[in-house]
Design a protein around this ligand. Structure first.
Ligand code: CP
Length: 366
């Protein structure tokens, strides 16, 4: 069962396909309005969210499906001590796909390991947030026309910033991407991202404290919030919270074609005066997120249906033995005479059965 726990669960080809589908959805929403008819999304949010939760829910509704779920832990039985594993086992009985956000790092992986339906990680603590990366990639692609050959500045909380970790992992697979990591010492990028993603993939990077010095070199500036909820010491948060504030003065030396992204929510780190600057793309980014989530739901449900077909086949369901013959010259049954001729039901009413080996249509056995 394919789930998306980490952005690297999606290949570059799958990312390209998701972006193409998302752009088609944006251009022709009517084509997609009943693609998920009869399907249910379980929207399991154990941590606050505006964009991710509501865009997932809007995505499923715009695909013609339905949504069940909760928006806070205390309205689920996890508040009574139920494990994530048991929770998703139960929800697999009621829904077709899960989008789940929790404050616990690794819980999306635990969910995927225990679920009979696809699980999408909608953010697990300070670890990763792959569907935000889908929104980020589509925004960069639409605004810059490419995902290769970019200098991307990541500014703010790079330690707990799950969106940063996932976007760096995704971009590290493209050519000639450079990362400029702008943070206070206390919020530097974790070593696993530095050594196992950036260095392992040969991505050029520099670490700096200075947004002013970094900004002239950037094609993309990815601002992030200093996240109060990740600090155990409130005085540390108060000391660091306004380290970076992007305002019109700071943009004076930025390129005219640099784009400004932010996963949102913002607090103080981008002045509202920037919102009218043509380089500000963070609201478009939030809309792109909905289209990418629609594309992802479609892709995962399609894969799940194919998996179920394969499982049914392997379990011998919907198979017809020896009533038909395969006449494919290159089919294994042409040379291995003792093999049973086995067909899968495609459309019995119209008499369509296909050989399980070569997929040719059946002819009645003589
Ligand atoms: N970007 C993002 O994850 O926003 P929410 O926390 O509002 O979902």
């Amino acid at each position: 069962m394919k789930s998306v726990v980490d952005i690297l669960d999606l290949s570059k080809e799958e990312l390209a396909s998701l972006m193409a589908t998302a752009m088609d959805i944006a251009a022709h929403p009517e084509k997609y309005s009943d693609k998920c008819k009869g399907k249910k999304l379980a929207s399991l949010f154990f941590e606050p969210s505006t964009r991710t939760r509501l865009s997932f829910e809007a995505a499923m509704m715009e695909l013609g499906g339905n949504v069940i779920g909760f928006a806070e832990e205390r309205s689920s039985s996890v508040a009574k001590g139920e494990s994530i594993a048991d929770t998703v086992k139960i929800i697999s009985l009621y829904a077709d796909i899960i989008a789940m956000r929790t404050p616990k790092e690794g819980s999306a992986l635990v969910a995927a390991m225990n679920s009979d339906i696809p699980v999408i990680n909608a953010g697990d603590g300070g670890h990763s947030h792959p569907t935000q990366t889908l929104a980020d990639l589509l925004t960069i692609y639409k605004e810059k026309g490419r995902l290769d050959n970019l200098t991307v500045g990541f500014c703010g909380d790079l330690k707990y910033g799950r969106t940063v970790h996932s976007l760096i992992a995704a971009l590290s697979r493209y050519t000639a991407v450079k990362a400029v990591l702008i943070s206070p010492d206390e919020l530097r990028i974790p070593n696993y991202v530095k050594y196992e993603i950036l260095e392992k993939n040969g991505v050029e990077y520099v670490e700096t404290h200075s947004l002013e010095e970094a900004i002239p070199s950037l094609d993309v500036l990815y601002m992030t919030r200093i996240q109060r909820e990740r600090f155990s010491d409130p005085t540390e948060y108060d000391r660091l919270k306004d380290t970076y504030i992007l305002n019109p003065e700071k943009l004076i030396n930025a390129r005219r074609d640099m784009i400004i992204l932010h996963p949102l929510p913002r607090v103080n780190e981008i002045s509202v005066k920037i919102d009218s600057d043509p380089r500000a793309c963070y609201f478009k980014q939030a809309l792109n997120g909905k289209h990418m989530r629609m594309a992802l739901i479609l892709m995962l449900l399609d894969e799940a249906a194919k998996n179920r077909e394969r499982e049914d086949l392997l379990a011998g369901k919907k198979l017809v033995y020896n009533k038909y013959r395969c006449i494919g010259q290159r089919c294994i049954t042409a040379t291995e005479q003792e093999l049973e001729h086995i067909f899968k039901e495609i459309d019995p009413e119209r008499g369509i059965y296909r050989c399980i080996y070569c997929e040719k249509k059946a002819v009645i056995a003589k």
